[in-house]
Ligand binder design. Sequence first.
Ligand code: 5RP
Length: 268
Amino acid sequence: MNWTGMEWGLANRLSKLIKPDGRCFYLAMDHGYFQGPTHGLARPGEAAKPLLPYVDGLFMTRGVVRSTLDPAMETPLILRVSGGNSMAIGDLADEDVTVSIDEIIRINAAAVGMSTYIGSDFQHRTLMALANLVNNCAPYGIPVMAVTAVGRELKEKLEPRFLALACRICAEHGAHVVKTYYCDDFEKVAAGCPVPVVIAGGPKTETELEVLQFVYDGIQQGAAGVNLGRNIWQNEHPVAMARALQGVIHENLTPDQAHDLYLTIGNS
Ligand code: 5RP
């Protein structure tokens, strides 16, 4: 990452979130904001604690941070600041920013993250919310991660033309990092986005190797890293999975090498 010309506070925060190798590993634990007590996240603080040594950032909402996390934790906090909907009813894209800039500063967020719903009825609202969030965070040097959210249409929207469009639009609106999904021809998605792109995992896969493979492939094709949740904390051995992913992201392990590491730690 080139910090030249970047204001010091913003560069300082980003330097903790994007490591000198240009890579990053964020642990996503924000799912409860629309899914409620998701399997594996009933007690988010307890689930997070053993995983924090392996990750470069933790993505969570303010309510869960305040009520379940040790304030002395050293892992940078990426605060999820959008919401306002639920799995129970209605359109998941109907989101807005839920956290004020005062709260963002008070909670000492290293960065904030919010969802945009490009291609939905709520495209304009969520993109304006992104632009306003960038404007509100800019005076304080707080980076913004935009999520290219797809709601219930993951299968339909998992294609490079759409994801490249969505990532680029988020970057153009001022996001410092964009979170999207891995897809075929992912290099087109990464190449079209002028800021670091991180990939989410989506629903838990059948095998660990699948996850290690798409994370590896994503990085080979230009992703900076991951913002990954269910495939870690819904795994039978979350610590082993986090360590294996750290190996792929920061130590250039191949999927097979990382899988061996997963098995060694998981079976110990
Ligand atoms: C949920 C999110 C998650 O942070 C993101 O999808 C990553 O989690 P997972 O790997 O479980 O998909 O934005 O709204």
